[in-house]
Design a protein around this ligand. Structure first.
Ligand SMILES: [Zn+2]
Length: 341
């Protein structure tokens, strides 16, 4: 007799709105030390990347993402243009939708991260678009981009209606440096330079002030939280309740790819909210799943994206009542219950 058909539940595919795929190789390394010590190890890994390593290694990492139920990835990329094309080819091979978030980098980091000018950066974005790569602009951070770069990139993104992603408020030191240079905090600087709007995604916002969160809400910008990476790096606690109270859109990212599991990201997010609130069910499971899919797709400029499916016969879901299924999925399962649609 042929085996009985596996029972499946279709869901909108999970969207990984913030990835640095090359950092997958760092898992388990550089434990101990703080974020800045980790960053040194990360820079050494970035330095050894070539178009060939990106092409082959990213294809494997993207395949892991696809198998974990992510059907779209936003690759926040700062390794160079040839490597950006290699990342797009790797996503094609792995069968995952990709938005290439090309990073603008004026200062700091490694020479390979940087462009000569904001105009040269826009030319790189145009080069990718010209060859059919779906793109978003990504001033790396207020550390890496001075105000005049932010202004030009903000103008370009608005005119071209492109997603704009930017790291902000991940670490207290970045905020202190921004206050010293500009007299305002990072998200305030993004607002002042025209970088906040409904197509903007601020990555992390871990240490955002009340005023900065108000600014995000007023401008319709989203926040991409990366809970497993933020936990791994000791970044701090995402202000989940403050984001939800203001109606700020939240999406998720696997960021350093220390873990590739959308359910774990959502569980960590809700776990943080529960610990802070001292109660359960702070964010309804339907909203969590929306953070994991719809909000991420919107952050990457997509209206449609492939489904994922849940293996209803998986042992992790055995004996669960139908009405409890989605809660059991988020709070009791790993990504091994998920498959591409
Ligand atoms: Zn990042």
């Amino acid at each position: 007799m042929p085996p009985a058909e596996t029972r499946r539940l279709a869901l909108p595919g999970f969207v990984n709105a913030h990835s640095h795929a090359f950092q997958r190789r760092l898992r388990g390394r550089a434990e101990g030390g703080d974020f800045w010590a980790w960053r040194e190890v990360m820079l050494a890994e970035a330095e050894r990347q070539t178009p060939e390593t990106v092409r082959s290694e990213y294809a494997k990492t993207y395949a892991e993402m696809r198998d974990a139920g992510y059907t779209v990835v936003g690759e926040f990329h700062y390794l160079g243009v040839d490597e950006a094309f290699a990342a797009a080819a790797a996503a094609d091979e792995a069968g995952i939708e990709l938005t290439l978030l090309l990073s603008a980098y004026a200062r700091g980091g490694l020479p390979r991260f940087r462009q000569e000018s904001s105009t040269a950066y826009v030319e790189q974005v145009e080069q990718l678009r010209g060859r059919g790569v779906r793109v978003g602009v990504a001033p790396h951070s207020v550390r890496a981009c001075p105000a005049d770069w932010l202004e030009e990139i903000g103008r370009y993104a608005a005119a071209e209606e492109l997603p704009l992603h930017v790291h902000a408020d991940e670490q207290p030191r970045e905020i202190e440096e921004c206050l010293a240079e500009h007299g305002v905090r990072p998200i305030e600087l993004l607002g002042r330079t025209g970088c906040l709007g409904p197509r903007t995604t601020v990555v992390h916002a871990t240490h955002a002030s009340e005023a900065e969160l108000d600014l995000l809400a007023e401008t319709g910008a989203r926040v991409c939280v990366c809970p497993t990476t933020e936990a791994n790096l000791g970044d701090g606690f995402v202000p989940v309740a403050a984001l939800c109270d203001r109606g700020i859109g939240i999406c998720i990212g696997s960021d350093s790819n220390v873990r590739i599991d959308p359910l774990e990201e959502l569980r960590e997010l809700e776990g943080t909210a529960r610990r802070a609130a001292g109660r359960r069910n702070v964010i309804a499971v339907g909203s969590l799943l929306c953070f994991g899919s719809d909000e991420g797709a919107a952050a990457l400029g997509l209206d449609e994206w492939p489904d994922a499916s849940v293996d209803l016969d998986h042992p992790s879901l055995r004996g669960v009542d139908e009405g409890d299924l989605l809660n059991a999925l988020v709070f009791g399962c790993g990504a091994d219950v998920l498959e591409p649609g």
